[in-house]
Design a protein around this ligand. Structure first.
Ligand code: ZN
Length: 221
């Protein structure tokens, strides 16, 4: 579906605004000397905008319920609560991010999604939000993120270009695909089957094409 003028402006405004917020707050965070009160709001705003932009880009390819995206957004900032014991001096190494900043946390959430199908959409959204969060943390430079803990204690770091690449990629994917009306169909995830003729599901990109229901009354999510 190709978009009309006003729809096009609206569809461009949100990702461009999110990209601007992510870049501006990230730049400010890099300039301000670190303190929890000053850096925290700058850092988390950049994480939130990056998470929202990444999820918007992802929504071009998948159709998922609203709770998937809400969980992704929350996880994209809430994982930094694991710094609190560190700041209080209760545990951890001040020179490193907590080990919960690692793929182990993502793995735990994915295993939980497998074990608890009723909450699969929320948990999958949370895992996605965590990955986007860690991708930006890596680009913040030292101390980096010990992604492979406990297998390896090596902290992964990347330059600012990594973060710029993320933002540019997310933004371009969203703008180009939405403008072109591509892809024609999206992969349907965690959605109940609904009768033909009804609007399918809610997602940042609009309804997903409904699929004719099977005869079972309850459908897996
Ligand atoms: Zn973090």
């Amino acid at each position: 579906m190709r978009l009309g003028g006003r729809e096009l402006i609206r569809s461009w405004a949100v990702p461009v605004l999110l990209a601007g917020v992510a870049l501006a707050f990230d730049a400010a965070d890099r300039r301000v000397p670190f303190s929890v009160l000053a850096s925290g709001p700058l850092d988390e705003t950049a994480h939130l905008a990056t998470g929202a932009l990444g999820l918007l880009a992802l929504s071009c390819f998948i159709g998922a319920p609203r709770r998937f995206y809400v969980a992704g957004l929350i996880a994209s900032v809430a994982i930094d609560l694991d710094h609190i014991p560190l700041y209080l001096g209760l545990l951890g190494n001040q020179g490193q991010r907590p080990v919960t900043h690692s793929l182990t946390t993502v793995l735990v959430v994915v295993v939980a999604a497998v074990l608890f199908p009723r909450h699969r959409a929320v948990l999958a959204g949370a895992a996605t939000g965590l990955l986007i969060h860690f991708a930006r943390d890596i680009a913040e430079g030292p101390p980096g993120v010990r992604m492979l803990w406990p297998l390896s204690n090596t902290a992964w770091t990347a330059s600012l270009w990594w973060f710029l690449g993320m933002i540019i990629t997310f933004t371009l994917v969203r703008l180009v695909l939405v403008t072109a009306g591509l892809p024609r169909t999206r992969v349907r995830l965690f959605l109940p089957l609904v009768p033909a003729g009804h609007a399918g599901s809610v997602s940042p990109q609009g309804p997903v094409r409904p699929i004719r229901p099977e005869r079972t009354s309850r459908q897996p999510r």
